[in-house]
Design a protein around this ligand. Sequence first.
Ligand SMILES: [Zn+2]
Length: 379
Amino acid sequence: MAAITYEFIKECKQTGARLGKVHTPHGSFDTPVFMPVGTLATVKTMSPEEIKEMGANILLSNTYHLWLRPGEDIIEEAGGLHKFMNWDGAILTDSGGFQVFSLSDMREITEEGVHFRNHLNGEKLFLSPEKATHIQNALGSDIMMAFDECPPYPAEYEYMKNSVERTSRWAERCLKAHKNPEKQGLFGIVQGGEYEELRKQSARDLVSLDLPGYAVGGLSVGEPKPVMNRVLEFTTPLLPKDKPRYLMGVGSPDSLIDGAIRGIDMFDCVLPTRIARNGTCMTSQGRLVVRNAKYARDFRPIDEKCDCYTCRNYSRAYIRHLIKANETFGFRLTTYHNLHFLVKLMGQVRQAIRDDRLGDFREEFFEEYGFNKPNAKNF
Ligand SMILES: [Zn+2]
């Protein structure tokens, strides 16, 4: 029995978006889903109980960060990441590749792996497909990601072609090094930038490995939204229908809806939690910067249509005060609201797929959110 299986439920007749369920050794989750990010084995300022309470059944944690602190050996000794952080839902870990490429400026890519310097103290380190797999096996995540190269945007065709081919060879090495396929599923990452030919090549290589799921990588790295949408339009049809599809690093409300419409099942992003600690909230009427002076005497909740813990109990004025005073509780309240907002949004997306009206839902949501206005502020 494979560790990770995908149950297809139905397709939205209006858009082609997929409704499904992913089964893991730590429970199931409905898709399309948004996964909160708990970089260092914690979703910043939230307890695992709060994450559960808002309806999330899967979260993401970062291999690179846990490898450096506290080290995968300590987490393994604790009985794995689930036990270590007291989370009994599903966990997805990335491969560390993205952090090596984004956090470290001193790096050298070889066929063997990547040499780079630790972003904390400058110490020389080496990460390879085998090492990234070994760390994720020790962490015990339900879904592991293959170690890939994340080229910058834009990248030249020739560079991207070499990178795609190396990423395919690395995925094979990850699969070979994977010690625990009954309990952990290894997903491949389709790269290739904006080049359709290379996406095809990458998808063909990875699909031939018969992995339990596939991610679309190399998007949300600075390209314009129409480019992301176009790449998804020609990439998702290359992926097997009976496996989950994961769009990495995407979490703005419009992109979640547009990704689902293009056949994506899973999303993750630090966006909702990071902007929350800066006093920025996602609401049904658009972006609300609660730190702003105009909310000093505004005793309404952040979002009058939201029924989350924060909005049921606290006002904009109070939360603004806490955040201005750098009080932890303020960051907790905005984080709770933003995560709840996206978890609830994905519930609405699933309902719209069930009702064959995701296209109409998109129009209504964009209208109310203000995405249709020429000067709309996104994240
Ligand atoms: Zn709320």
